[in-house]
Each structure stands twice: as C-alpha cells, then as structure tokens.
Design a protein around this ligand. Structure first.
Ligand code: SAM
Length: 196
C-alpha cells in the first residue's frame, strides 16, 4: 500500500527507464508523505525485501522534506530539512555510502499561490538548486528526475541540465493529470561541470 498516488508516477518512470537498481543510493527530495521513497526502497532493495534473489545488494534511500515524513523501513528521513540548505547537503554527504548518490529524485513543489507564473518560477528555482546538490553528491553517470510546472523558464532549466547531463528528456507520466502543467525532466549520464 502506497502512502500517496504519486507512487504510480515514479513506478511508471522506473518501469520504463530502470533508474533504480538494487544496491544503489537514492536521494528523494520533497519526500513527504513518503510514497516515492516507498518505491525507491523496493527498487534499490534498501530494506532487503526485493523478491527473488536473496543475494541482491541492499541500497540506500534518504528522503528530505520541510514537513514530517513518517518512518519507513529501509529509508532514512531528514524531516524538517530544506533541500536547498547547505546544512542538508552536509548531512547527505554523511548518510550516503561514500557520500555519493546514483540517483536524485525530486517531486518537490512549493505551496501553490494560485498565480501560475509565480508558482512556475518558484519551482524552476528549486529545480535549479538541484544542480548544485548534484555537484556535491551525484555520482558521475548518475541520473536526476525532477518535477516542474511547464512555463516560460522550462527551457532555461533544460539548458542548464543539458550542460551537465548527456541526456535530458521531458516526461509526462500517464499517472499525471492530463490537464495539469506538471512535467518531469529525466536527466541522465551526469558529468561534473568543468571549472574554468
Ligand atoms: N513524492 C512525495 C510522495 O510520493 O509522497 C510527494 C511530494 S509533494 C508533491 C511535495 C513536497 O515537497 C511537499 O511535501 C513539500 O513540503 C516539499 N518541499 C517543498 N519545498 C521543499 C524544500 N525546499 N525542501 C524540502 N522539501 C520541500
């Protein structure tokens, strides 16, 4: 039983792209109430519950949210933490094996003001901050999935992502309401930016 219907979006994305492998480390940004983390725990086998092969490696799931996230077997939660705060980044470096994540997931969203343009801008800014987080913790070759609301700044985010990921594509899962502006960027094959 999933805590929230949003689980089906991540299941759909992962069924198609196989981003979450047993043994891998995942950071789930904006994790409350924890449905995406539930999916991640199953797929990376962090609770040792994967069906079939008992010898499958155990991964790591760390979830972060401003809100409280109820405990979940196989996940470590940083409740009352801001994803954009450097203090959170430091804690992530300590929690992740070798300080590295294979995948960063973000289903984060600001509280909607109802002003579409403003909400769009806010969420894009949050997504851009994930690029800084990636620089600190994402394994070369790693992936990022981030939710955004479509609008004028989407291509700016796409361009920034394309500067550090070899492959960037837009996803609209079937489980996402057709009439919503919600989209996801799937960015794969991370390469650290070259400092000039
Ligand atoms: N993926 C979650 C699940 O499946 O249970 C649902 C996530 S919900 C759509 C968005 C979450 O993003 C909210 O719980 C909100 O508190 C969180 N959020 C928004 N801004 C944040 C920030 N700066 N740092 C951490 N979490 C944030």
């Amino acid at each position: 039983n999933f805590r929230c219907r949003s689980a089906f979006k991540l299941l759909e994305i992962d069924d198609k792209f196989r981003l979450l492998q047993p043994g891998w480390s995942v950071v789930d940004c904006g994790a409350a109430p924890g449905a995406w983390s539930q999916v991640a725990v199953l797929r990376v086998n962090s609770a040792g519950t994967a069906e079939g092969d008992a010898a499958l490696p155990h991964g790591t799931v760390v979830g972060i949210d401003l809100l409280n996230i109820p405990p979940l077997d196989g996940a470590h939660f940083l409740s009352s933490h801001d994803v954009t705060d450097p203090v959170t980044h430091t804690k992530l470096l300590e929690l992740l094996p070798n300080g590295r994540a294979h995948v960063i997931l973000s289903d984060m969203a600001p509280n909607a003001s109802g002003f579409r343009e403003m909400d769009h801008e806010k969420l894009i800014t949050m997504c851009l901050s994930l690029i800084d987080l990636a620089e600190k913790i994402l394994q070369p070759g790693g992936s990022l999935v981030c939710k955004y609301w479509d609008g004028i700044l989407a291509h700016k985010l796409q361009k920034k992502l394309s500067s550090v990921f070899s492959s960037v594509q837009t996803l609209k899962p079937n489980a996402s309401r057709k009439d919503s502006a919600e989209r996801y960027f799937l960015a794969r094959m991370y390469r650290k930016p070259v400092k000039g």
